[in-house]
Design a protein. Structure first.
Length: 507
């Protein structure tokens, strides 16, 4: 696979370009994203599905601009897929042939089941989920996938889309209540086609409608973390909000905290989304910032891995380590650091009493502990915090992201940054647990940095931690002395700190 891959996704409402740079076998990151509201399907549903000149013109100009961007970024592979607007259009093939001849871009029109599978591939690999039903509402269709144990069990495509509903119902000059009634009846009729086994308590919201709703909810509840991907909410808690959006007039949509560029189709999209949620029995929604584009990319990246990342291989972690090149990358040394931390975590369980539930986050933080030094050794822990907050995008819950980032930030005397804790406390472990995790993380880093490949072991008895080493730990001693502890206890270091005799100096 080439190092840079461009993906173009032509939907009924928008066309998007993303360019991914591959950093290693399983590491990649997004280096470019562009979007244009081409509305290629505009007017089509009222004209027997035929693409209309205004939509065709916007799409052509957008694709031409995308190709200039792709050339600028020197992407070696370009993949372009188109969804419901083109597959439903009798003149869709003529459009793709014209684009191929005039722009040299090959467009692959995918069916609804393929579209659903791409969204599900992205969700399974890039969200912290193993089971659920993905829902991707586009302009012409809603593509759904049932996921169990990280495997796509089934897919289905419903002829329910925002542009379709807009032109069939919401553009009519009727009362909102009557429009909603007719639109609901249309949705319910289509939902009867969905196989009965599409039932799950967790819905995975993919696409513009789901993202817009999630952003509105985040704004309403003053959510502390400005990150949409993996944001989760309970449907029942926001039932009134979700019901009110389709009933609103276009003029009153500003009261819902929604982005203006979504006003034209958000009422239709929300109605489709909430009716599907009810039909499948969803209690919770997890938001996805990834979808078809990432699915197209991952299908190529993981074609020899059964379309799933290997166990314990996280693309965000891998990409960070590839790009920020920590000073210590030797596997043996990583294992030593891991062993030190897990031993300490076990020794102090009588005080922490968390059944080691945060072990994964502790080890992820230790793996990333040197990344800030790539920028500068000064305030490296602060740089590491910001890198982690921005780059831990895939496969982590928001709670995990915040905890890992905060542990990276704690590299000094104090175990808790009070400002950061107050900002994110709703997503963090209780304060005393966090202090213990910070202490173990920081002590492990101190010992590892000064160990000189020493064999280190621990003993904890009578509120005394004894650190044994077969080599000097002199540089670590002073730091450990000044390190804040989560509770009063003594630390004793027994190492091989022997001074050679020198009679001239009187020693």
């Amino acid at each position: 696979m080439t190092k840079r891959t461009a993906i173009i996704d032509i939907g009924s409402n928008s066309a998007r370009l993303v360019i991914f740079e591959k950093t290693s076998r399983y590491g990649f990151h997004l280096i470019c994203e562009q979007k244009s509201k081409v509305r290629i399907g505009e007017g089509a549903y009222a004209k027997k599905g035929y693409l209309q000149p205004m939509g065709i013109e916007r799409a052509y100009l957008t694709l031409k601009s995308f190709l200039h961007t792709i050339d600028k970024y020197q992407a070696h592979t370009t993949l372009c897929v188109a969804t419901s607007a083109l597959r439903d259009a009798p003149n869709g093939k003529l459009f793709t042939e014209w684009i191929k001849k005039d722009l040299g871009l090959k467009i692959k029109i995918i069916d609804g089941l393929t579209e659903a599978s791409y969204g599900a591939i992205a969700a399974v690999n890039l969200l912290p989920i193993q089971d659920g039903i993905s829902i991707d509402i586009g302009g012409g269709s809603s593509d759904i996938a049932l996921i169990k144990n990280s495997t796509i069990i089934d897919t289905y495509s419903l002829n329910l889309g925002t542009v379709r509903l807009k032109e069939l119902f919401f553009d009519k000059t009727e009362e909102n209540s009557l429009i909603n009634q007719k639109a609901k009846a249309f949705i319910h009729q289509e939902l009867k086609k969905l196989p009965a086994h599409f039932k799950h308590t967790l819905a995975i919201g993919i696409g513009g409608t789901a993202r817009t709703i999630s952003k509105g909810i985040m704004k309403r509840i003053a959510y502390p973390l400005d990150k949409l991907h993996a944001f989760e909410y309970e449907v029942e808690k926001h039932h009134a909000y979700l019901d009110a959006i389709p009933q609103s007039s276009a003029k009153n949509l500003k009261q819902f905290g929604l982005k203006k560029n979504r006003y034209d189709t958000i009422r239709e999209g929300t109605l489709i989304f909430t009716e599907i949620l009810t039909h499948i029995g969803a209690n919770n929604v997890i938001s996805s910032a990834v979808g078809v584009r990432e699915g197209v990319f991952l299908k190529r990246l993981l074609k020899h891995d059964q379309l799933i990342f290997p166990h314990a291989s996280n693309p965000s972690i891998r990409s960070i380590l590839d790009r920020f090149k920590p000073l210590v990358r030797i596997e043996k040394k990583r294992k030593i650091k891991r062993k030190l931390a897990l031993t300490l975590y076990t020794l102090f369980q009588e005080h922490i009493k968390d059944d080691k539930r945060y072990g994964k986050e502790l080890l992820w933080a230790l793996q990333l502990s040197s990344i800030g030094k790539t920028l500068t050794i000064y305030k490296a822990h602060q740089h590491a915090f910001y890198i982690a907050m921005q780059e831990l995008n895939y496969g982590f819950t928001h709670q995990e992201i915040i905890l890992i980032s905060l542990l990276l930030r704690m590299h000094g005397k104090e175990l808790l940054n009070k400002t950061l804790y107050e900002n994110y406390k709703d997503l963090l472990p209780e304060k005393q647990t966090l202090r213990w995790l910070s202490f173990i993380y920081t002590l492990t880093v101190f010992l590892h940095e000064a160990s000189n490949s020493a064999n280190i072991s621990f003993s904890y008895q009578n509120k005394t931690l004894t650190i044994f080493a077969n080599k000097p730990l002199y540089l670590a001693k002073e730091k450990i002395k000044s390190l804040e502890k989560p509770m009063p206890f003594a630390i004793i270091i027994e190492d091989e700190s022997k001074l050679p005799k020198n009679k001239e100096l009187g020693i």
